[in-house]
Design a binder for this molecule. Sequence first.
Ligand code: ADP
Length: 452
Amino acid sequence: VENISEKLEASAIGTESTNPQNTQDKEAEESASADASLLKKLLRSRLEEDNSAIEVERQNPDSPLYSCKRFEDLNLKQELLQGLYAMGFTKPSKIQETALPNLLSNPPQNLIAQSQSGTGKTAAFSLAMLSRIDTNLLYPQALCLAPTMELAAQITDVVRQMGQYMKNLKIASAIRGNMVPRNVELKEQVIIGTPGTVFDWSSPRINAFSLKKLRVFVLDEADVMIDQQGHQDICIRIVRGLPKDCQIMLFSATYKNPVIEFAKKIVGNPIIIRLKRSQESLSYIKQFYVRCESFETKYRALTNIFGLLTVGQSIIFCQTRKTARDVVVRLTEDGVPCELLSGELDVMQRAAVIKRFREGKCKMLITTNVTARGIDVDDVNLVINFDLPIGQDGHPEFETYLHRIGRTGRFGKFGVAINFVDTNTMGALDQILKHFGRPIDKLDASDPEQIE
Ligand code: ADP
């Protein structure tokens, strides 16, 4: 943040790190959901829209509900329209069609919006924030909270691009490591950051901006936010400091009970917009199982399958990082090209692996549960569960199973899933079979032609 460093230089004494140790540690905590979310953002190049249906809930059914198919009808400032065009946006995404006119209407309307990642939420609230600020006024008017500094940085990029034609627009990043002097009001109209640092900056100790002067407050990735230790409480404290007429919006990719409860604590009297994702299903998947009692027999079954089948792209799921690594080591020794995608890699490395896989430069991916969340399997024609997804409680994780092998959309491509099971996991396979009500046939791994 150029402005802040200038100020820092200008004020020789009296500057300090704004983060007490405890909030710093909390923010440093990595979470799998934050990683998965960042991965998706790093890998994304376009809108992810299918035929999902919009669902709207309002406390006051008499209040008008707007929808808009054109950016040009939103009464946007000219320089914002220009920003949108420069980003290559020609018309609102599905969620934006409903969210934008409601967000931009007067008096300002509070909003809770849920839709899967990639559907245009960030672009929607960035536009709303930029529409509500007055760049002639040099103090923070819009605040956006994200669960991690990397996610905050992604949002900052979007806001900066969208606002590239707005004169005097300044954005501050309230993230760990960025320092501001005490008792000097920030000149940036927009603050984007993580809860701990934002809270510090607004506290009497630092006093770099006043929550009371904010006109827009955005909480992004509410579902990831509640996974991060301590974030929930700080968010609620920040919201308590907002003026009554501040517009509040909250976004989330998922909408499970804890998220709903959190959302309702943050956002008073909201319009709730949800984009129902078309269900993943197993209809296009042929499922098999192979009995293997040890790592060795599993590994042999694996090489048999690949030796006898013409496989396009495949993903092999293992329960632990160690198993995944062992499989990769063996395959590499046997001269089979493959790549490991595991929690040992940092997010950038994972993004690079997934990118190579998507581009077809790598055909076989060995991975564990958590790390595979950023991958879209629609182009993968073979999934092998080297280990079945089984939870801590010993029961199969149906959702994970579906997510590993299921397909979305009406034109799901045909695929094959093969489960390796032993005496201990046969029962779990049986539960999976009953749960989904779809056949899982026994496969003789020495004769994979059965599959074709
Ligand atoms: P989300 O916040 O829901 O994950 P984003 O706002 O990041 O979604 O949008 C996903 C991708 O789609 C981004 O690459 C973004 O630039 C692009 N995008 C967003 N809105 C539009 C639009 N109206 N037209 C074209 N592309 C869009």
